[in-house]
Design a protein around this ligand. Structure first.
Ligand SMILES: C[S@@+](CC[C@H](N)C(=O)[O-])C[C@H]1O[C@@H](n2cnc3c(N)ncnc32)[C@H](O)[C@@H]1O
Length: 233
């Protein structure tokens, strides 16, 4: 059977409809383990390898291209991976209600955007009020690890996060990480390296309460963290 063709890019703004939160109490064998999110997981190479390498974490992959998300979800099912979960869709508009309050201990945005043109800025993951929406779902002390092989995008992501009071650049404002910030290479990272494109890495720590929430946001995230708060500071 020939593999199904997957579009190179999907515009997250053209996503219609909501992505309802799953029943998080059933997503993982042990929902009380700390949660890591790979936002824009692509083929799930990093997600699945991370889940195998770090079984003491739960790994959530989010992907807007359905065939990729379906493939990863099927692999998780087929291999019975207890600590990984794949989500299809643009979850960003549904924040902060999508994740339990203060549930995310680590967030990865690894080569998240192909949208390097200024006119496509709105399509980028961190565009608009994404960081305001995300904040209520982030556990104090959580890490946000980002990368890009597009200098414009790397600078833009750094400026967005450096301007926040709730995220601290671990390498100092205006700086990139001195070395790669993750242990397992992603698929895109391999392409970039092969093509000789330099990669910028960014590391942030969630340093406190979110900025005052925008009046458009619901007052709080859904439910408490399922299965107790083990691993969540
Ligand atoms: C350049 S690829 C990188 C994939 C993977 N992180 C890697 O490093 O190999 C970016 C991925 O993010 C996905 N993506 C972009 N915006 C997204 C969004 N708002 N929500 C979910 N996925 C998104 C794209 O469909 C694409 O698969």
């Amino acid at each position: 059977m020939s593999p199904r063709r997957v579009r190179t890019h999907a515009n997250p703004l053209s996503w219609r409809g909501e992505v309802p939160p799953p029943d998080w109490t059933r997503a993982f064998a042990d929902p009380s383990l700390p949660w890591a999110v790979d936002w824009g997981m692509g083929n799930g190479v990093f997600l699945l390898a991370s889940a195998a390498r770090s079984p003491d974490w739960n790994w959530i992959g989010i992907e807007v291209r359905k065939p990729l998300a379906d493939r990863v979800a099927e692999e998780i099912r087929a291999r019975g991976i207890p600590n990984a979960f794949a989500v299809w869709g643009n979850v960003a508009p549904g924040l902060p209600g999508y994740f339990p309050s203060r549930s995310l201990r680590r967030i990865y945005a690894l080569f998240p955007d192909p949208w390097f043109k200024k006119k496509h800025e709105k399509r980028r993951l961190l565009a608009g009020d994404f960081l305001d929406r995300l904040s209520p779902c982030v556990a104090p002390g959580a890490e946000f690890l980002l990368s890009s092989d597009q200098p414009t995008l790397a600078q833009w992501m750094r400026a967005k996060l450096d301007a926040r009071r709730d995220w601290e650049n671990l390498d100092g404002k205006g700086n990139y990480a001195p070395a790669r910030a993750i242990e397992i290479p992603t698929e895109w990272e391999r392409h970039a390296e092969k093509a000789g494109r330099p990669i910028a890495w960014l590391r942030y720590r969630f340093s406190g309460a979110p900025l005052s929430p925008s009046p458009r946001l619901p007052p709080a995230c859904i439910s408490e963290f399922p299965g107790g708060r083990k691993g969540v500071r």
